[in-house]
Design a protein around this ligand. Structure first.
Ligand code: HAM
Length: 430
């Protein structure tokens, strides 16, 4: 026998029992974003590698270690997108969507790919729902993005399970000055740094701030902080975001060490974090990236956005048992037919019922079978009623209608009255 093939490590099938939860989350967010005036954009999964190298930044883990990059048949270097912002900016530029200072409020959803070490909540193919807003330089839109995520948590019952961390990275000049100060401080303590942080000291020193190493964290206690280097405009911007969050009662924690793993951010950065999922607790993260559009060849265009991790949110909803019971939709009606003539008549009847009762969940037995086997399948389907069509019913032009969830008697209903009868029975059960 040949070897059974398996999925690639960290790339998961999302099975039929899981998809209702995904659709529930995706649907809630799509409706919410619609309500705030954000429009969907659909983007390719593959882009030229250069887009990510320039957009996300060499020296970041994502670009240096985690991209799925390959040469296509034309010897072009392509990469499976590790995130959505760079591609969204590319599309906005390519189609002139931000030209003339036009405001764009966009969202996208889909798989992203990072060669990370898989564990609970961290996969190599994972899904994000991302939101990006262009040409809005003020703190009002940063706050709007946070407010709309808070509304989602409220709707899903997650409000008490997540907390908001907020920081400002300042202008690129302020950050550069801070970087120098941090590097000088850490260079004096180089030998005490963990190996990863030693490497990062030259490639991406700000990332040392969120090192998980306890000794490195202890060293950082006396280090200069980003807040000390914040430029006045960025300080006011942050105050503007905070004032708006205060105005609508959204609690946050200012975390000076929050720097994010992608290079394009300036000013506002934020993460929604939960302690219910173990190590991979960030369910939504984002910030402002006013320099990214120019970095990718466009005119200066402010941008800000975030992305949510769909797997992590579904896991959280499952863990906290917050998924509505009715998500696993069951059938309303199961039609059993015995013999070829009954099957043919049954098919026509079923289609007439679908015409008459919109949204009806009707399963027509497939694969024939004895009375016993068809009834067993009807029962297993969770249907509330079985319809029975045999030779006798065919001759009399009736259908046996048997309630499956209580002891009520089976009734014979004429074909012409069936739709009305079923609709009334189903409504009575609601
Ligand atoms: P990110 O922080 O890299 O940001 O990812 C956003 C979210 O995607 C994370 O908070 C997490 O929930 C989820 N995520 C990331 N990596 C994985 C993984 N390997 N497995 C499962 N979930 C994961 C970005 O991607 C930015 N593009 C967000 C953004 C949009 N900033 C501005 N606009």
């Amino acid at each position: 026998m040949s070897k059974t093939l398996q999925a690639i490590r960290g790339m998961n099938d999302i099975l039929p029992e899981q998809t209702p939860a995904w659709r529930y989350l995706e649907g809630a967010l799509a409706d919410l974003l619609d309500g705030y005036g954000y429009k969907e954009i659909r983007l390719p999964i593959l882009e030229f590698t250069e887009l990510f190298a320039r957009g996300i930044g060499e020296g970041t883990d994502v670009v240096d270690k985690e991209m799925y990059t390959f040469l296509d048949r034309n010897e072009e270097s392509l990469t499976l997108r590790p995130e959505g912002t760079a591609g969204c900016v590319r599309a906005v530029l390519e189609h002139g969507l931000s030209g003339g200072g036009q405001v764009q409020k966009l969202w996208y959803a889909g798989p992203m790919f990072r060669y990370e070490k898989p564990q609970k909540g961290r996969y190599r193919q994972f899904h994000q729902i991302g939101v990006e807003a262009f040409n809005l330089p003020g703190p009002d839109v940063d706050a709007e993005l946070i407010v709309l995520t808070a509304r989602l948590w409220q709707q899903l019952g997650l409000a008490d399970a997540v907390t908001l961390q907020l920081n400002s990275l300042g202008s690129s000049e302020a950050r550069a000055a801070y970087r120098d100060a941090l590097v000088a401080y850490l260079n004096e303590r180089f030998e005490q740094l963990d190996e990863d942080s030693q490497r990062r000291l030259t490639t991406n020193p700000l990332r040392i701030l969120d090192s998980k190493n306890a000794q490195t964290q202890a060293l950082l206690v006396g280090a200069p902080t980003l807040a000390d280097y914040l430029d006045e405009e960025s300080r006011l911007h942050l105050e503007g975001v905070k004032a708006r969050l205060d105005a609508v009662g959204i609690r946050y924690e200012i975390n000076n060490k929050l720097v994010r793993g992608l290079d394009y951010y300036n000013r506002t950065v934020f993460e929604w974090v939960t302690d219910k999922l173990g190590a991979q607790g960030t369910v939504c993260a984002g910030g402002r990236y006013d320099g990214l559009v120019t970095q990718l060849g466009g005119k200066a265009t402010p941008g800000v956005g975030f992305a949510m991790g769909v797997e992590r949110l579904v896991l959280l909803l499952e863990t906290l048992e917050l998924l509505p019971a009715e998500l696993n939709s069951r059938a309303d009606v199961y039609l059993c037919a015995f013999g070829e003539a009954a099957e043919l008549a049954g098919l026509g009847l079923a289609e007439r019922l679908r015409d008459a009762i919109p949204g009806l969940r009707l399963l027509v037995n497939s694969g024939a079978g004895s009375f016993k086997s068809q009834f067993k399948k009807a029962d297993k389907s969770g249907a509330r009623f079985a319809l029975i069509l045999g030779e006798d019913e065919l001759t009399a032009r009736v259908v046996g209608c048997k309630p499956l969830r209580d002891d009520a008697e089976q009734q014979n209903i004429g074909w012409d009255a069936l739709a009305q009868h079923l609709a009334a029975c189903l409504q009575a059960l609601e």
